[in-house]
Write a protein that binds this ligand. Structure first.
Ligand SMILES: Cc1cc2nc3c(=O)[nH]c(=O)nc-3n(C[C@H](O)[C@H](O)[C@H](O)COP(=O)(O)O)c2cc1C
Length: 434
């Protein structure tokens, strides 16, 4: 879920590169590369004229088609083969009536299966995490059965799909939760702002219940069960939502986490719950199938900046690297009006984490290719362009105009309008092509 106001949410509105020289110097990436700091160093060496690289001379034929842009070249994510490096970013769409995935959602994801990887909308591992109206869960049998329709639709088109596990934590309202569920968070700190409830429209966020030790271990178990359920439902992996102000990020920030036990206070303590959840999920389904999304310097859902942001994410990236999870997905929402994320922290995370890095936020074809070439990331996620361009991959590949007809007022509505009814390029009325 994402809100442009960063506080309130309304469903109603709202490279080793066996290379090489950079493209500008005439040679293009050829082989799969070692990631992270090696990659950045290699690229720096290359740019400084270091000749240790194994790339072929200008006169030789490169190992792969020199014309293939990186964006459209295959990539391996752990043991999973991706047909290209375009990721469909996770986007809450509120079509899961009764919190159960359905045929309409299967159609929507199936339409977008040409992405190298789809990450689903935020999906709750727990009744307590269903903070928004009509978001899906993956803790009941009916939900697992519903998700099977989605994974079948995507795999039927040779796509790959991870489920994003999103526990809303304090970004929630009792009116949106099923009977018996609770609004819980690391500490009883109320977020500023309001959220949408189907029953009583906009409502102030409540003061959440501070999680007890029992809540912590129960919630961790819920993540593990949800991850196992995801495997049963046919997902290729699980992305833990550690971004945008939801439960996991609520533990990271000293504003939302004022605990005085070993889960609060120091950087190590604030990162503990996130790392325990990631380790438990990886132990249950495999580190190759476990990933996380992070938003350093993000302000969504009332997450103010704090002095140790860099130190927190440096530590976290190093520890996640130790766990060997398959990717870190970084969010930069400056294209949506949020404060810019310093490139230094993106590079520091890249340097500390050896598996794949996904970057997301305001990308177009050119910037995506530039960041892939520079080694800042291995994959690029596109969010909004996938909403109104179901054939985004084809459009980018064939340099076709993207539709600008994005119906924001239908982001979180309940039916197919503004969801599965966006035309592909060939069917698009000429006046909407700009
Ligand atoms: C309608 C909508 C819903 C979103 N829901 C989620 C979500 O469930 N989980 C998440 O991590 N990010 C969510 N986001 C953020 C996107 O994943 C992405 O980071 C953001 O749109 C920036 O990428 P873009 O500039 O390519 O759109 C959402 C964004 C939009 C527009």
């Amino acid at each position: 879920m994402y809100a442009t106001a960063f506080h309130s949410h309304s469903p109603a509105c709202h490279n080793g590169l066996g290379i090489s020289l950079s493209r500008s110097r005439g040679l293009i990436l050829t082989k799969p590369y070692n990631r992270s700091c090696d990659k950045l160093r290699n690229i720096a060496d290359i740019q400084n004229g270091d000749s240790k690289q194994t790339f072929k001379a200008d006169t030789q034929t490169p190992d792969t088609d020199m014309q293939t842009p990186l964006l459209f070249s295959p990539e391996k994510l752990g043991s999973i083969e991706l047909s290209n490096r375009i990721v469909m970013a996770p986007m809450t769409r509120c079509r899961a009536i009764g919190n159960i995935p359905n045929e309409l959602m299967a159609e929507y994801y199936g339409q977008r299966a040409a992405a190298g990887l789809i990450v689903t909308e935020g999906t709750s591992p727990s009744p307590n995490g269903l903070g928004y109206a009509r978001i899906p869960g993956i803790f009941s049998e009916a939900q697992v059965e519903g998700w099977k329709k989605v994974t079948k639709a995507v795999h039927g088109k040779k796509g790959r799909i991870f489920i994003q596990l999103m526990h809303s934590g304090r970004i929630s309202h009792i009116l949106n939760l099923p009977a018996g569920a609770r609004v819980v968070a690391p500490s009883a700190v109320k977020p500023a702002g309001q959220m949408w409830t189907d029953a009583q429209k906009m409502q102030d966020f409540p003061v959440p219940e501070a999680m007890t030790r029992e809540d912590l271990s129960h919630t961790k178990e819920e993540y593990v069960t949800a991850a196992k359920n995801a495997m049963t439902a046919g997902f290729d992996g699980v992305e833990l939502h550690g971004a945008n102000g939801y439960l996991l990020e609520q533990f990271l920030s000293p504003f939302s986490n004022i605990r005085n036990d070993e889960y609060g206070g120091t950087i190590e303590n604030r990162c503990r719950f996130v790392l325990e959840v990631a380790a438990a999920v990886a132990a249950a389904i495999g580190k190759d199938r476990t990933a996380i999304r992070l938003s350093p310097y993000g302000v969504a859902s009332d997450m103010p900046h704090y002095p140790e942001i860099d130190a927190t994410y440096q530590y976290l990236a190093g520890e996640l690297n130790g766990l060997g999870i398959v990717y870190i997905h970084l969010v930069d929402h400056s294209a949506m009006g949020a404060p810019p994320v310093p490139v230094t922290i993106k590079k520091e995370i890249r340097a500390r984490f050896k598996n794949a890095i996904i970057q997301c936020g305001g990308y177009d074809y050119k910037r995506a290719e530039t960041d892939l070439e520079s080694g800042l990331c291995d994959l690029v996620a596109f969010g909004r362009p996938f909403i109104n361009n179901p054939d985004l991959v084809d459009r980018l590949k064939h340099h076709r105009t993207l539709s600008q007809d994005l119906k924001m007022d239908l982001f979180y509505s309940a039916d197919k309008t503004g969801y599965t009814d966006y035309p592909v390029f060939e069917d698009q009325p000429a006046e909407t092509v700009r």
